[in-house]
Design a protein around this ligand. Sequence first.
Ligand SMILES: [Zn+2]
Length: 265
Amino acid sequence: MPGPDDVIKEIDRVTLWTFENIFMQVYWAEEKKEESERGIKTLRDYLHLVSTISSRLEGGKVEVDIWCGHSFLTKDYPEGTPEKDKNDPKLFFDSRPAERGGQTAVRPLSTCGTTFLPDGTEENLFAFTEDITTPTGPIELIVICADMFEHWNTNPIGISGSLQNLRTATLVKRPPLDVLTWNVATLLLHEISHSALMGPGDGTRDHAYRWKNLVKLTGEKALNNADSFAYFIIAMYFDRNNWASGLARALPGDGSGVVDADAED
Ligand SMILES: [Zn+2]
């Protein structure tokens, strides 16, 4: 009878644990072979999806425009625009070039500023994404709001430096993954996952933000949540840590990257 190690032998154990925590999709137990196999398949499919998205980006197969702020949405309408359109607070003139889908009146799904989260609370919007139709095909429009840049590179435990440097650093204070996701890279991953052109399926939704909330999602909601996608990728990028608990922990075995705070005492 195959044991748990046979089921997961091709997949790194920490990847499995992290996936299990973020998506609540996979576990293994000899007596629950079918569920275990279904979970492993879900993980394999997800890893495949991540590499597909990555090759779409690297291969330039999807056109992406990234704007800092939504200043291209103006109230300067061209001559002949009806008064009622000019007075419509939700209608804007998209002043981007026509070949990128601009020069037309639009009702954007979001604008920078205050937004309402799924749980009804208000928050400043840090970015938004729209799939735009242009004369030559679809493009992905990602807008990073000014509020994001104000918070850029700040975090509550004083870790600074590029993600690349942090990846190889020894994270002795066992920071939560939340701290390492407070950056533009994670924001872009989150936004890209919303894209019907690039993301999983028709693009993800926002069912929950941050570790403590997203780990409560189950089933399709978990697989289809933007922050879960971004967190999983960032956790995989910081592959010298075990993120199964949401905090940077030493890897099993040699634990080469991280010094566990408990182990230092
Ligand atoms: Zn989102």
